[in-house]
Design a protein around this ligand. Structure first.
Ligand code: DX5
Ligand code: ZN
Length: 234
């Protein structure tokens, strides 16, 4: 398992989402995105129940682990993360993010992550208030703020989530916790500066990286350009 500390909290990092890759060429797409400067690979797992879409699961993660050295940032959009946590850790996930809206008891999933020795992340959908994750901030290494309704890539960035993002970042700072704030959905060079200025430091981008006409390296560079984590604004 790779060390979560390799994903720094206070610098901008980019985690391209494999969901937007060419699924007929997963090995070469992963190699290309690593060479292009990705800091992690974001793996969107969907069960057709928590979200109205099915993506990929354990066998894909396990196969890619043999071919790719990137930090595996696994985003579980599934109703029962506790039951599947071990399989995703065994497959090679370096971090498991699950949803505060899932059907399991949050503390039970966090206990399972502790037992497995994997860092945990907690995500919240656009309609869920910041306060929903506050009770768990001491137990997680990452909070993932969704800026689209989870389920599909290629949707428009919801700027109305920025006050919530800032609120979460502020609370993490107030408690002086080592929690990374990640933002996912419609993140592109045009929206990344807003994310950073509201306290998001780990940028998930599917379409903006894997489908960038200018190529992945330029896309990752543009995502990081004009971004500064404006602590003063928080
Ligand atoms: C949405 C996923 C996202 C998505 C991002 O359910 O969690 O990670 O793939 O895709 P873009 O960057 O295209 O919005
Ligand atoms: Zn995601």
């Amino acid at each position: 398992m790779k060390d979560i500390a390799s994903i720094a909290r206070d610098r901008i990092t980019v985690a391209p989402s494999l969901l937007a890759a060419d699924f007929t060429q997963l090995e070469s797409q992963c190699r290309e995105v690593a060479l292009a400067g990705a800091d992690a690979l974001h793996l969107d797992v969907m069960d057709g129940h928590f979200v109205p879409n099915i993506s990929f699961g354990v066998p894909v993660v396990k196969s890619l682990r043999k071919k790719c050295d990137l930090f595996f940032d696994t985003h579980l959009m599934i109703s029962h993360p506790k039951q599947y946590a071990k399989a995703f850790v065994d497959a090679g996930s370096d971090l498991l993010t699950f949803h505060v809206e899932c059907d399991d008891m949050i503390d039970a999933v966090l206990d399972e992550c502790d037992r497995l020795g994997v860092p945990a992340g907690l995500s919240l959908k656009p309609g869920t208030p910041a306060e929903a994750v506050f009770p768990y901030l001491e137990r997680v290494k990452l909070i993932l703020v969704m800026t689209v309704e989870p389920g599909f890539g290629g949707q428009s960035f919801m700027a109305d989530q920025m006050p919530k993002l800032a609120r979460i970042k502020r609370e993490i700072k107030r408690r002086a916790l080592p929690v990374i704030v990640e933002v996912d959905g419609g993140v592109a060079p045009a929206t990344a500066p807003q994310v950073a200025s509201h306290g998001g430091s780990m940028l998930v981008a599917g379409t903006a990286v894997f489908r960038a006409p200018e190529g992945m390296a330029k896309a990752i560079e543009s995502l990081k350009a004009n971004t500064a984590i404006l602590d003063s604004a928080l």
